[in-house]
Design a protein around this ligand. Structure first.
Ligand code: SF4
Ligand code: SF4
Length: 283
């Protein structure tokens, strides 16, 4: 089963939920926790440990300047504006290249071959018994987040239980993370901004056919704005985490709540039981 913890925006507490869920589940069975927030991965802060690294490579064209006659066909073919052909030389912008290989196919001079370049890395660690952490890390100034997410998920594929910390927002990186998942936990705050972003993320889950449930974080007991939305969309509210200074302090220190607060362990186990039931039943 693959569970994705998502939110329409950053800062709602989704990483906190993913980290604690994985920590309690690891007491019961083996779990792989995947950090798909590749532009700002921070699950490793909760689970500091020695890491092994593997590079993530992307396909890029390599130009043979002797064969090239600057006909411009490659630049006309590239839908992403990654190639500009001038009368004496070609300019190539690797960050804009999606590695589709179209330029290689159309080049009449056979002046393009596909090579590789590093766009990120995957970090592996085993921070505690039962828990394997796989973190995708996108290199600075790169835009190939889905490529790195795909690679991170590939390493977790086939494991009986995978929990993913999704990237914030509702663009391609979230779609890449959510596609094919069994359940999505949507973490939100009971504010108009939280509702706005929740509705967008719930929409993405709905389009992808992934069943979802909501966790309301930092509740001060005035959550009707979220409950009303969930009732209207027929999305269950799985749990409400109260706004408490101690929880915020422990989270800021990178502590795992379920290690520090015994009641939290029980509550996260209940959340997992509910998620597993819904994920397996497709509810
Ligand atoms: S299509 Fe081939 S020959 Fe034409 S400009 Fe591009 S690399 Fe040069
Ligand atoms: S591989 Fe595709 S995206 Fe990259 S430069 Fe060639 S045509 Fe453009």
């Amino acid at each position: 089963m693959r569970v994705v913890v998502a939110s329409g925006k950053g800062g709602t507490g989704k990483t906190l939920v993913a980290a604690n869920l994985a920590a309690v589940v690891a007491c019961l069975c083996d779990v792989v926790l995947v950090d798909c927030d590749v532009e700002e991965p921070n699950l490793h802060l909760f689970f500091p440990s020695e890491k092994k690294l593997l590079p993530v490579l992307a396909d890029v064209p390599v130009f043979d300047t002797v064969r090239c006659d600057h006909c411009g066909e490659c630049a006309r073919t590239c839908q992403y504006g990654a190639i500009v052909v001038l009368s004496q030389k070609n300019l190539f912008f690797p960050e804009m290249c999606h590695g589709c290989g179209g330029c290689e196919i159309v080049c009449p001079q056979g002046a393009i071959t596909m090579g590789k370049r590093e766009v990120g890395r995957i970090e592996f660690s085993r921070p505690r018994a039962g828990l394997t952490l796989v973190s995708g890390v996108l290199n600075e100034r790169e835009v190939a987040a889905p490529r790195v997410i795909r690679e991170a998920l590939r390493y977790a594929a086939g494991h009986p239980l995978v929990i993913c910390d999704a990237p914030p927002g509702t663009a391609c990186p979230l779609v890449e993370t959510l596609e094919g998942a069994d359940f999505c936990i949507l973490v939100t705050e009971p504010t108009p901004f939280g509702l706005h972003d929740l509705s967008l993320a719930a929409g993405v889950a709905g389009v992808l056919g992934v069943p979802a449930g909501v966790v309301i974080n930092r509740s001060i007991g005035e959550d009707e704005i979220i409950w009303r939305f969930c009732r209207s969309e027929n999305i269950p509210v799985l749990w409400t985490i109260p706004f408490e200074k101690r929880i915020a302090e422990l989270a800021n220190e990178g502590k795992v709540l379920t290690d520090e607060i015994p009641e939290m362990k029980e509550l996260f186990l209940r959340l997992f039981a509910e998620v597993r039931h819904r994920g397996e039943a497709g509810l």
